[in-house]
Write a protein that binds this ligand. Structure first.
Ligand code: NIG
Ligand code: FE
Length: 419
C-alpha cells in the first residue's frame, strides 16, 4: 500500500472541477476553478480532499508524518494531462519522408507512392510483439515525463487481422505494465493496404466482417476510428465501417477533413461520433452540426505544424459552441512528438485558444473524448489521483514560456512516478 500523498502550498491548483457530467463548451472553457495556496490529499489511489492549505491543515494536520508531503510552493498543479488521440504503437521512423517534404513532396504524394502509412505498416508487420512493445514503451516513458497520465492509442499499422491484433495486444500489455493508462481504439480503416489497391471495397468488407467482430470479441478496443479522406476512405465507406463497429459496441471516432474538405465533420454529426479529429478543413456547416450533435473536436495542432499546413480554427469552433480537446496525434509521419505541453503552446499560438482553454482541452475535455470524465480529467474528491506539477507559478506562464518541459512531478494512481 502506498502512503497517502499530501500536496501542499501550490501557488495555483487548477482543479477543472465541475466539468465531469458533460464536455465543457463556450466561455466555460476559460474557467479552471483555481485554488490559490492549494492543497490536495491523496489516499488509496484516489483524490480524497481538495482545498486551501488552511482547510486541509485543519483536517490532516495531525497525520502529516503519515503522508509523503510534496511541497508545491511556487508551482502549478493540474490534473494529469490526457492525450486522446495517438498512434503510439508502431515500428520505425520516417525522417526520410520529412526530408522529402522539405524538398517539395506532399504528404499524400508520398503515401500514394507507397510510403507514408504504407511504410510504417510494412515496418509494423515485420516487428515482433516484443519489438513493438519496447519501441512503444520508450515513447510512453517520454509521454509520462511530459506530464501525461492517460493516452488513447490506435491500431492501424497492421491492416491484416493478425497484425491489428498484435498492435492492440501491445497496447493492452502497456496498459497493464506501464504507469500511464492506455485506452485502445481499433483503426483497421487507416489506409487501404497495397494488396487491396485494386479493390478497396473488399478491404472495407474485411474490416467490417472479420476485423471488427474479432477485435470486439477479444475486448481489445473501446473505439473504432477511420481515416475519412479523399483517396483513402470515402464518407460512405467510413459511415459503414463506423456503424458496423457500433453494432459490436465500438464507439465511433473519425479522422475528418484533415487534408481536404470532405464533409467529415458533417458525417461525425450525422452518426453521433464521440469525436471528430483533425478538422483542419472542416466547413462552417460541419462545425455547426458538430456543436448541435455534441461531437467533441479533437484538434491536433502539432500535425498542422509538422505538415506545414494551416491549423484547425479552434477559436471559431469554441465560439460556435463545440467542445474542444487537443492531442499530439503522436505518429511517425505527420506528428512525431510526445509533448502535450508543446501541443498546448501550439493551441495558443496557432489556433487562437487562450491559456485556460488549452488546459481545459488537455484535461477534462480530453477525458470526455475517451469517455473517462467520470474518473479522470479534474482534481475532485473520488477521482483517480493523477496529477501533474509544473515548475511555473501559474497556468499563463506554462504557455508563455513555450517550448520547455516544465514538468516537475507526476503522480499516477496516488504514487509519485516522476520527480
Ligand atoms: O492522424 N491521418 C492519418 N493518420 C495519421 C498519420 C499517420 C501516418 O502518417 O503514419 C494522422 O495524421
Ligand atoms: Fe491520427
Amino acid at each position: 500500500m502506498t502512503r497517502p500523498v499530501w500536496i501542499r502550498h501550490a501557488s495555483q491548483l487548477a482543479t477543472l472541477a465541475g466539468g465531469s457530467a458533460a464536455p465543457v463548451v463556450g466561455k466555460r472553457m476559460n474557467e479552471l476553478s483555481i485554488i490559490e495556496d492549494g492543497s490536495v490529499w491523496l489516499e488509496n489511489g484516489r483524490i480524497e480532499r481538495v482545498g486551501t492549505d488552511a482547510e486541509l491543515e485543519a483536517v490532516y494536520g495531525e497525520r502529516v508524518t503519515e503522508a509523503e508531503v510534496v511541497d508545491a510552493t511556487g508551482r502549478l498543479v493540474t490534473p494529469g494531462l490526457i492525450d486522446p488521440h495517438t498512434h503510439l504503437v508502431h515500428a520505425g521512423t520516417r525522417q526520410n519522408e520529412f526530408n522529402m517534404r522539405l524538398n517539395g513532396a506532399t504528404y499524400m504524394e508520398i503515401m500514394n507512392n507507397g510510403g507514408g502509412i504504407h511504410a510504417t505498416t510494412a515496418a509494423t508487420r515485420n516487428a515482433t510483439h516484443d519489438q513493438l512493445y519496447e519501441e512503444s514503451k520508450r515513447r510512453l516513458d517520454l509521454f509520462l515525463l511530459h506530464g501525461v497520465t492517460t493516452v488513447e492509442a490506435k491500431s492501424g499499422y497492421g491492416l491484416t487481422l493478425a497484425d491489428e491484433l498484435k498492435q492492440l495486444e501491445v497496447a493492452k500489455k502497456l496498459h497493464e505494465l506501464h504507469p500511464v493508462d492506455l485506452v485502445s481504439t481499433f483503426m483497421g480503416a487507416h489506409a487501404v493496404p497495397k494488396e487491396f489497391k485494386a479493390d478497396p471495397d473488399a478491404f472495407v468488407e474485411l474490416v467490417i466482417r472479420e476485423m471488427i467482430p474479432e477485435v470486439a470479441r477479444r475486448r481489445l478496443a473501446e473505439f473504432n476510428d477511420v481515416f475519412c479522406e479523399r483517396g483513402v476512405f470515402t464518407p460512405e465507406q467510413s459511415r459503414r465501417i463506423l456503424e458496423a463497429g457500433r453494432e459490436y459496441g465500438l464507439l465511433p471516432k473519425i479522422h475528418a477533413d484533415e487534408i481536404e474538405p470532405y464533409e467529415g465533420a458533417e458525417l461525425a454529426a450525422a452518426i453521433g461520433a464521440v469525436s471528430a479529429d483533425h478538422l483542419l478543413r472542416a466547413s462552417d456547416e460541419g462545425i455547426k452540426r458538430m456543436a448541435e450533435a455534441g461531437v467533441i473536436a479533437v484538434l491536433l495542432p502539432g500535425t498542422a505544424f509538422f505538415l506545414m499546413a494551416e491549423s484547425a480554427n479552434g477559436r471559431k469552433m469554441i465560439d460556435a459552441g463545440v467542445a474542444v480537446a487537443i492531442s499530439t496525434d503522436c505518429n511517425p509521419g505527420s506528428s512525431p512528438t510526445v509533448s502535450m505541453p508543446l501541443i498546448m503552446n501550439l493551441g495558443c499560438l496557432k489556433m487562437g485558444m487562450t491559456p485556460a482553454e488549452v488546459l481545459t482541452a488537455a484535461t477534462i475535455n480530453a477525458a470526455h473524448a475517451i469517455i473517462r470524465a467520470h474518473d479522470i480529467g479534474s482534481i475532485e474528491p473520488g477521482k483517480r489521483a493523477d496529477l501533474t506539477i509544473f515548475d511555473v507559478p501559474d497556468f499563463m506562464t506554462l504557455q508563455y514560456r513555450y517550448g520547455v518541459n516544465h514538468v516537475h512531478t507526476v503522480i499516477k494512481n496516488g504514487a509519485i512516478v516522476v520527480s
